[in-house]
Design a protein around this ligand. Structure first.
Ligand SMILES: N[C@@H](CCC(=O)N[C@@H](CS)C(=O)NCC(=O)O)C(=O)O
Length: 378
């Protein structure tokens, strides 16, 4: 089933003789499909942002936190489904690494980790959903970039997964490097950084490809397995999560190249700093809890007071950090209890003991050689 579709012959690429929508490096790909995507997205986001700005100006007292409290639920934007990161389980309950951030925030603000309305979004719809106010925050493997911050007017509150873009191919294709992908058909999700990086990578390596644009990971998986594309490219974590659901994961390989930086993290709209602070420090609480040795198993005991003043400030037995956030003293205790500290959430959903099997790597604590580094709780 996974035999190479096309053989390399003189004058042809490994993946066949591309015609029609063929993209070659000299062609202005950046002015092609992806830029239209960006322009389309930008237009709708600008409209959304205008609406939001209008609302904010008219109701300065009613910030996002008040809206959430009045509604009794956090509207959290997630993916349409990526096992390990965000997907409904057999009982229809959303589970995953990104879902855990939504639940922690709901626990901090509403005292109930289950008070979350999960709103599925695609790569294309996610920013409009946030800008328009349909969701309060987005926790969906979204890369922190300059233009999403500055131009689309969002605020990334931190990074919950340091990632990079990779490539998956059927083993039977016999490819061992992304540089051998000249002429390949590539399944790619629209509205993503993936599209932009792919164009950059092929252009700078002077090779060509034919994009097969898709909207969701489920569609990508289906198209890739059906052979509609030779390659699937997305964040390496997404590739691992996708491959884990295949009947025969061993028939597919992840190529060695990681072609980009994809710092993935939760984001909110510009302009409501109180709300941004809550989401930022909830994420930091999960990260710091791991560093400080606070786990879901020992948190109740530690909340009673310890010899470590930072633990005490974080868990509310000392100081007034909760009050400064407009919350109570136990906000972080509830947030960490919801799904555990960062390390527990990682291990349970995507870690080496799960079928997804991701190593901590860059996502280890700074004390363990990784990049996770929460600012201090003081
Ligand atoms: N990190 C990239 C790509 C994010 C992305 O869309 N990833 C895909 C593949 S891992 C995904 O989450 N799909 C889930 C879905 O289709 O809902 C970005 O922010 O643009």
């Amino acid at each position: 089933m996974n035999a190479p579709k096309l053989m390399r012959t003189e004058g042809e690429t490994l993946f066949g003789n591309l015609s029609g929508t063929r993209i070659v490096p000299d062609e202005p790909f950046r002015q092609g499909t992806e830029n239209q995507e960006e322009v389309k997205m930008k237009k709708s986001v600008i409209l959304g942002a205008a609406t939001v700005a209008g609302l904010a100006a008219g109701a300065a007292a009613a910030g996002t936190v008040d809206d959430i409290k009045a509604r009794g639920k956090l509207n959290c934007g997630v993916t349409t489904g990526l096992v390990g990161f965000a997907a409904p389980d057999a009982n229809g309950e959303w589970q995953g690494f990104d879902v855990a951030v939504c639940r922690a925030v709901a626990a901090a603000v509403l005292g109930d980790a289950s008070a979350v309305e999960f709103v599925p979004t695609t790569g294309k719809t996610r920013f409009t959903a946030l800008a328009s106010g349909e969701i309060d925050m987005l926790a969906r493997n979204t890369t922190w970039t300059f233009s999403r911050d500055v131009d689309l007017k969002f605020e990334f509150v931190g990074v919950n997964y340091y990632d990079g873009q990779g490539f998956m191919v059927p083993k039977s294709l016999g490819v061992s490097s992304a540089k051998e992908l000249d002429g390949a058909t590539v399944c790619i999700q629209t509205g993503t950084t993936t599209e932009l990086n792919l164009a950059d990578f092929f252009r700078s390596n002077n090779i060509s490809y034919e994009p097969v644009p898709i909207e969701t990971n489920a569609e990508a998986q289906q198209q890739y397995l059906a052979g509609a594309c030779d390659v699937y490219t997305t964040d390496a974590s997404g590739l691992a999560a996708t491959r884990a659901t295949f009947e025969n994961p061993g028939d597919h390989v992840l190529l060695p190249e990681i072609i980009s930086k994809e710092p993935l993290g939760p984001l909110v709209r510009h302009g409501d700093n109180e709300w941004g602070d809550i989401v930022r420090w909830t994420l930091n609480a999960m990260i710091s809890a791991e560093e400080l040795g606070i786990t879901s198993a020992n948190i109740d005991e530690m909340a009673g007071g310890t010899d470590n003043p930072e633990v005490n400030r974080l868990l509310g037995s000392e100081g007034t950090l909760g009050e400064m956030l407009g919350l109570d003293a136990e906000w972080a205790r509830r947030a960490v209890k919801a799904g555990g500290n960062y390390g527990e959430v990682f291990a349970k959903n995507i870690g080496e003991e799960t079928p997804i099997g991701l190593a901590r790597g860059l996502n280890a604590q700074w004390t363990e050689g990784g990049l996770l580094y929460s600012p201090p709780f003081r």
